[in-house]
Design a protein around this ligand. Structure first.
Ligand code: PLP
Length: 410
């Protein structure tokens, strides 16, 4: 979806009613957009036995999880708490893939007890796993194929010194452990980073996975991770999912023939499913003019949406209160005592104090990366779905800020 379509979709939301009922700042999610993304993805890969494991670290609200569950998605969980959230929402344990990094073996044991699919991403844990479970519990192995996708270096996970996955160059070591401990490896996994633009990078990485896969006898699935790019800027180029679908499925099905068994093709997108469905609505507290800059200071900050500061991510900003105002150049900044610039030298329809702005692509890694810095509460989350507005997480209060602190005699 382009940013222009995002604007149209935004204008179809009764945001006046939402801000009147729930105030700002608040996250608003469009349920139908999530469904649309899910259907587009599964359709592109329909010629294979495709399974989508939604990476819930992107957005963990149980209402969002339920929408995806109803579509037929499973989950990719990166912590025990995410596993528990999935089970709590009603996902079956076998629909959940547990893909942690740098955790202790005791967490793997707990996840095995919860019955979820384990994905192991280092040799030491694989050895411990084999030693404890032998052939009694299957596991997936996360391979790092060392394919580096383009774009932002903060979100690449495939380079040679990445902490994620087991290097493809250590495959022989993996195979020795698997053989010695009789481990049933039922899946191979890779997740190279977050910005895969063209099919050729994906194909290149999948060839590496296919080459590795022939060494394992009990495979049921291959998991190609994520990396589907969505539009952030007006003229952004995004992953051509349909082209990718055609190419990957035909190569995948060919591989299944070579392997002698019909495997499932797994993906674990986060951003692709939920990013564009979300908007962060904020209000403009102050306009401040310095010698060189016009600042629009909003009632939110890096405590609510950290991507612009953490990843240098571009998030489109739209003036809901004055969409036809004469465009002027602004720096949109937050209210946190830290440089929290949402947009620098950005052309936006004239902003006045009190205006409501919408920050785009706030559906993924918005709320889940938010925090209480400056002792400020997190915003509310609102769902717009089937023509209905629902508050799906209340705004935090001062009581939430202090509830885990234990007063002591000082
Ligand atoms: C974060 C993550 C994803 C999802 O990435 P997106 O860029 O949001 O699609 C998928 N798999 C794993 C293992 C992850 O850590």
């Amino acid at each position: 979806m382009s940013v222009n379509e995002s604007i149209q979709r935004l204008n179809a939301i009764p945001f006046d009613e939402i801000t009147k009922s729930y105030q700002t700042p608040c996250f608003v999610y469009v349920g139908e957009k999530i469904e649309e993304q899910y259907q587009r993805l599964t359709k592109a890969f329909q010629k294979a036995d495709v399974k989508i494991k939604y990476a819930l670290k992107a957005n963990n609200n149980i209402s969002i999880l339920k929408i995806l569950k109803n579509q037929g998605a499973g989950l990719d969980a990166v912590s025990l708490e995410e596993v528990k959230l999935g089970l709590y929402t009603g996902f079956k344990s076998e629909e959940i893939l547990f893909t942690p990094n740098s955790i202790s073996f005791s967490e793997i044991v707990e996840a095995v007890e919860l019955g979820v699919q384990i994905n192991i991403d280092n040799i030491s844990l694989l050895e411990q796993f084999g030693n404890k479970y032998g052939s009694s519990v299957p596991c997936c192995v996360r391979i790092n194929p060392h394919i580096v996708a383009g774009g932002n270096s903060h979100i690449q996970t495939g380079h040679i010194d990445s902490k994620f996955g087991i290097s493809i160059h250590q495959l022989r070591h993996v195979l020795r452990i698997v053989e010695k401990e009789k481990i049933v490896v039922n899946g191979l996994h890779m997740h190279t980073g977050s910005d895969i633009l063209d099919a050729s990078v994906f194909i290149q990485a999948s060839e590496i996975l296919f080459d590795a896969a022939v060494n394992f006898k009990h495979l049921e699935f291959l998991d190609f991770g994520s990396g589907f790019k969505v539009a952030y800027k007006v003229d952004d180029i995004t992953t051509d999912i349909e082209e990718l679908g055609e190419k990957i499925t035909s190569r995948f099905n060919e591989f299944c023939k070579e392997y002698g068994k019909a495997l499932s093709l797994w993906f674990e997108p986060g951003k692709f499913l939920v990013s564009e469905a979300g908007y962060l609505l904020v209000n403009v507290n102050v306009i401040k003019q310095t010698t060189a800059t016009v600042f629009a200071g909003i009632n939110s900050g890096q405590n609510h949406l950290i991507r612009p500061m953490f990843y240098d991510a571009y998030h489109h900003i739209y003036n809901l209160s004055n969409p036809t105002g004469t465009p002027r150049i602004y720096s949109v900044v937050g209210n946190i005592c830290e440089t929290d610039t949402f947009a620098m030298d950005r052309k936006i329809n004239e902003i006045r104090e009190g205006d409501t702005l919408a920050i785009f692509n706030a559906g993924a890694y918005g709320y889940t990366m938010s925090n209480n810095y400056n002792s400020r509460p997190r915003p509310a989350e609102v769902l717009w779905y089937k023509g209905k507005i629902s508050l799906i997480r209340r705004r935090e209060t001062f009581e939430d800020i202090i509830k885990a602190m234990l007063p002591t005699e000082i």
